[in-house]
Unconditional design. Structure first.
Length: 369
């Protein structure tokens, strides 16, 4: 049963939902077919659900609205339950839900764990998943939303625009989270500076520079959302001269788009280009001109560095599966060691350490955690 209540008598307290969107379409629908779902209020006339319907009624110039009165001890949970079935919450609203309801859910979860049984009417599962279900998302998505909002609160000049984009559905939560993560890495790298190059002199150098693309299209596939990138002059400026032997080899990864730049980098580092490997992947990627399915591993030498022995020369095609963005085939280490055994190996822009190799890069330590 519903009853008509004066709109001005309905108490609208602070609510999770801040963005109600355009209510003109809803107002036209109400005018044509009536209000299909009454507003839900508590016995003390506090609004539980139906704020958009109230605003549509105001737009129509009406003073009263049909309401269903329900006894509910937790108005905030009532709002969540009602609105989850309608317009999805924004990231900011999800985080407000988490911060309001999360402590109580976690507290009841502790009781549930100790008692070995469900806690009240809460579903079983991790606390984050329970609160996430109230916001209409998974627990992991809720964690990502929290990270985005925290970044915007901490440094609004850097992250507020990202929060606004995801709140407006311009980008997804996953994409916004990746952008925030990379920007935070870039900040840490800038604050900490590059680590010193390993001590010693090396005669085989293996490098996978984080090329920075001039990119104005879709974010899909953009390197900057996966890891911090560098301009070519920042890559060239690495002081590797004193760490490279007079006779040495360089194996340098390049995408198709950066081939010309990579060849220049080989020259700037004091090497002469000789040939290249082609890594053929097991799936097709993105590209502006072609759907790329391969990358190039360029080989340059300096001084009188020898070519491999006949029996150690390798096929120019490497067929290996693609795993994650920017990761290169593990087999390449073995190929290099086969071509030039018992050498002093140095990997630049490494993600992980490798036995018998010196590894350098801002990402190495993080990836070993």
């Amino acid at each position: 049963m519903s009853e008509s209540i004066p709109i001005d008598e309905i108490l609208v307290n602070d609510r999770f939902r801040k963005e109600i969107g355009d209510v003109s379409t809803l107002a036209r629908s109400i005018e044509e077919v009536g209000l299909l779902h009454p507003v839900v209020i508590s016995e003390s006339r506090e609004l539980i659900a139906g704020y958009r319907r109230i605003e549509a009624y105001r737009l129509l110039g009406r003073d009263t609205i049909p309401c269903r009165v329900v006894p509910l001890h937790d108005l905030r949970l009532g709002e969540v339950t009602e609105n989850t079935q309608r317009k999805g919450f924004t990231v900011s609203e999800m985080v407000a839900i988490n911060r309001t309801l999360g402590p109580g859910v976690r507290s009841e979860a502790e009781v549930r764990i100790k008692a070995g049984e469900p806690c009240g009417k809460l579903p079983q599962g991790k606390s984050r998943d329970i609160v996430g279900s109230y916001a209409g998302v998974s627990g992991r998505t809720l964690e990502k939303a929290e990270a985005i909002v925290e970044a915007a609160e901490r440094q609004p000049d850097l992250y507020q625009s990202i929060l606004e984009k995801v709140n407006n559905d311009t980008i997804s939560i996953d994409r916004a989270f990746k952008i925030v993560t990379i920007k935070e890495k870039q900040q840490r790298n800038k604050e900490n500076g590059s680590p010193p190059l390993p001590e010693g002199v090396y005669d085989v150098v293996y490098a996978d520079p984080p090329w920075r693309y001039d990119y104005n299209g879709s974010l899909r596939g953009k390197a900057d959302i996966h890891y911090p990138t560098l301009k070519i002059d920042e890559i060239t400026a690495i002081p590797i001269d004193q760490h490279i032997a007079e006779d040495a080899a360089l194996l340098l990864w390049s995408t198709n788009a950066f081939l010309e730049t990579a060849l220049k980098l080989i020259h700037d580092w004091g090497f002469t280009y000789k040939t290249c490997f082609v890594w053929v992947k097991d799936r097709i990627g993105v590209g502006f001109w072609l759907r790329n399915q391969h990358e190039l591993l360029l080989l340059g030498v300096k001084g009188h560095f020898p070519s491999p022995a006949d029996e150690d020369r390798q096929p120019s095609v490497i067929e290996a599966p693609y795993t994650e963005h920017s990761s290169k085939p593990e087999v390449v280490y073995g190929i290099i060691e086969k071509m030039w055994p018992r050498r002093r190996y140095l990997e630049l822009y490494a993600r992980n350490t490798h036995p018998g190799w010196a590894s350098w890069g801002n990402e190495v330590k993080e990836n070993l955690k």
